[in-house]
Design a binder for this molecule. Structure first.
Ligand SMILES: N[C@@H](CCC(=O)N[C@@H](CS)C(=O)NCC(=O)O)C(=O)O
Length: 232
């Protein structure tokens, strides 16, 4: 059986990581038999990140690599889509994973009100006496990564403006149909919805979380994807 190595459930979601939710959605839709195995420390993993899929042959990092492998085994997440829709889907995935995702990470890791919740959820296995030190140094390295990526070089207002552009693009698709590419979930939904859901699940009501919560179209969409692909 396939095993998805994933971060544990957090903030009411299947996993604290939207990439782990994406991989779980893909496994569920692929019809393969699979189980989850939770871990908090990915340092021994091939890319030092999760999700990772354990197959009979190897440890496979990266949700997109997992996607291509599942497709090579017969899954077809974009069945019936035209080439143009497949192109749009790829662009939506990149926008969500390479921009919106980092806005979510910044909202979680840079905000001093959110931080205590994050620390006690993601680092609860570390004994209390060492937790502050270990989690603090990981927080520093995440913030450094966000600075290199560039997202935190914008002011909060500028960041929200940039998010707005992404949300407008996503919403334009959702005026047309219940899922991004039509009547049923396809690969774009498996990336976009978990990232929106992660933003909405931030354990403090930040501006960004409030923006998604107040948006009926996006909130209904998150719930629709969640109900369409039921995770164990
Ligand atoms: N491109 C990867 C991204 C996975 C990813 O960024 N995982 C994050 C959690 S959401 C992680 O494990 N971060 C740990 C680290 O960077 O140290 C994928 O699609 O799987």
């Amino acid at each position: 059986m396939l095993t998805l190595l994933t971060y544990p459930a957090a903030f009411g979601l299947f996993s604290g990581s939207p990439f782990c939710v994406k991989a779980a959605y893909m496994l569920e839709l692929s019809g393969q038999s699979w189980q989850r195995s939770d871990m908090l420390d990915p340092r021994k993993m091939p890319h030092r990140k999760l999700p990772v899929l354990r197959t009979r042959e190897r440890l496979m990092p990266d949700s997109d690599t997992i996607r291509h492998w599942l497709e090579s085994q017969g899954a077809n997440f974009d069945q019936g889509l035209s080439d143009i829709q497949k192109g749009q889907s790829r662009a939506l995935i990149r926008m969500a994973e390479d921009h919106l995702y980092f806005q979510m990470v910044a909202d979680r890791w840079c905000n001093d009100q959110v931080w205590p919740h994050l620390r006690d959820t993601f680092f609860h296995e570390i004994p209390r006496f060492a937790r502050g030190f270990v989690s603090g140094s990981i927080r520093k390295s995440v913030i450094k990564g966000l600075d290199m990526q560039g997202v935190t070089r914008f002011s909060e207002a500028e960041r929200l403006d940039r998010v707005e552009q992404d949300l407008t693009a996503i919403t334009a698709f959702l005026w047309q149909s219940p899922f991004l590419m039509g009547e049923r979930p396809t690969s774009a939904d498996l990336s976009v919805a978990p990232i929106l859901a992660a933003i909405r699940a931030t354990p403090v009501r930040t501006e960004l979380r409030g923006r998604i919560e107040r948006d009926q179209v996006l909130s209904d969409y998150i719930d629709r994807v969640d109900q369409a692909i039921v995770l164990k």
